[in-house]
Design a protein around this ligand. Structure first.
Ligand code: SF4
Length: 456
């Protein structure tokens, strides 16, 4: 009998721009652990791993910028027809196709199925091209899962792959039995709390991304995160510490990144114990830690900030999003005074604008240029850095439903048109010129402050 082995693939990104800001397919790595717990062998091809040892033999790999982040190798490719009006080059980021095909030839006789993951919906051409190559090289079923597959099922089906639409991996044994004629029994294992992402599948990496919680109790109108999980889940702090120690040692990495949506929720019983354990075990002396996913300013207290400083956190992003009346209208997770208070606390702890930065969104519905400029001014006045990011309406969010109800979107747009780079070229919200004006304002502000080397 052929052994039970599944190939996991993190697909290409195809877009006008992409940057490795600590992007790792953590969900796919949990799938890997879960499959292993069922007695199935797994192998990984991560097309987006800039640290793949064979990559420099096939392409020029851009140097790291900071803490393991950096530009992906890329090639220019033909734009999808629907994006004909975009005056920018379209690119495929990640591993060259030649190396991908070589890897597939090495594993082809050994595997029973392939699982491909997905994230942003407007990256689907990259998922489809990955699946096309897989189907050309292999003659086993290809399964597409992840956020795009769940959110855009009707398009995902056009990839030619089988689609797995669940977030709960307990459905996987039955799915595999149906697909491959196996007879795997169901299991009580909780894939998130009992298992760790299968980082052992890599032989070289620049950083490790971990999740200590799942879900978020807030209900921001522009965000889908809270719809992904019914309730929040917390991983045992001791298990998190095991993961940090195991993976940093195994992969010789210095940067540990927490990508939680709401890491400060229940902080007395969750994040503070994690921080204390990092200090008790002296991990802060050899490792750097990062919080790039926008923590909740209102939930920060002085003790947490002091622990973060002591524990060698080098990146702290605060979710600010906008100033003005939209703060309440979009869900009320943060107000100016929360950001100002959080900044004071963080500065008291010893942080500067080099570590602390706020996310600001531009092009939100009903947002004015002044709302964005005011948010930039608030950050500048309290000495925290900021990055201005263009809004994208995610299908299924409250804001998207509202836009459809008001006739500002049809609800049937191709996800490629909802790409935040593309929106200003056709959507009747802020104009391209207004967005450009805001970005110039941000750039000038940073020059005035002497921070011109940081990102806008
Ligand atoms: S934006 Fe942040 S706080 Fe709001 S729902 Fe999403 S994850 Fe939660």
């Amino acid at each position: 009998m052929k052994k039970r082995k599944i190939l996991l693939v993190n697909p290409w990104i195809e877009d006008f721009a992409a940057y490795d800001f600590w992007l790792k397919p953590v969900g796919l790595l949990y799938v890997g652990s879960f499959l292993k717990s069922l007695g199935i062998e797994v192998e990984l091809i991560d097309l987006m791993n800039r640290y793949d040892p064979e990559l420099p033999l096939y392409t020029k790999v851009p140097k790291d910028k900071f803490y393991g982040t950096g530009k992906f190798p890329h090639i220019e490719i033909k734009k999808p027809d629907i994006l004909y009006f975009m005056p920018r080059k379209y690119k495929r980021y990640g591993m060259p196709e030649e190396l991908f095909r070589k890897r597939l030839k090495e594993v082809k006789n050994d595997i029973s199925a392939v699982f491909v993951t997905s994230t942003l919906t407007y990256w689907y051409p990259g998922y489809f091209d990955t699946i096309r190559v897989l189907k050309e090289e292999l003659s086993v079923p290809v399964v597409l899962g992840g956020f795009f597959a769940r959110n855009q099922l009707h398009i995902a089906k056009k990839s030619g792959a089988y689609v797995f639409t669940k977030t709960d991996l307990s459905y996987l044994p039955r799915f595999l039995n149906d697909l491959l004629g196996w007879n795997i029994p169901s299991t009580d294992i909780d894939w998130f709390t009992d298992l760790s992402p299968a980082y052992e599948l890599y032989n070289n990496l620049g950083y490790v991304v971990l999740l200590t919680t799942l879900g978020c109790p807030y209900r921001c109108t522009y965000c889908i995160a809270h719809r992904n999980w019914d309730n929040m889940k917390f991983k045992d702090p001791e298990k998190i510490l095991e993961e940090i120690e195991l993976f940093s040692e195994m992969l010789k990495v210095k940067d540990i990144v927490f990508f939680d949506d709401a890491i400060l929720v229940n902080k007395e019983r969750h994040f503070k114990p994690i921080l204390r354990k990092i200090l008790e075990r002296n991990l802060h002396k050899s490792l750097r830690f990062h919080l790039p996913n926008g923590i909740h300013a209102r939930l920060l207290d002085q003790e947490t900030a002091d622990l973060l400083f002591e524990a060698n956190f080098k990146t702290i992003k605060l979710g600010y999003e906008t100033s003005g009346k939209l703060q309440i209208a979009t869900g009320g997770k943060v107000r100016d005074e929360d950001i100002i208070r959080a900044s004071e606390i963080l500065h008291n702890a010893g942080f500067t604008h080099k570590e602390v930065s706020a996310y600001i969104m531009v092009n939100l519905p009903e947002q004015s240029v002044e709302d964005v400029k005011n948010a930039i001014d608030v950050c500048a006045s309290i000495d925290i850095d900021f990055s201005v990011n263009e809004f994208t309406p995610i299908v299924g969010t409250d804001i998207w439903i509202d836009l459809v109800n008001k006739g500002k979107l049809t609800g049937l747009e191709d996800p490629l048109l909802l790409n935040n780079t593309v929106l200003p070229y056709w959507w009747n919200n802020m104009s391209y010129e207004q967005i450009h004006e805001v970005k110039e304002y941000a750039k000038q502000k940073k020059i005035e402050l002497g921070w011109s080397k940081t990102e806008v």
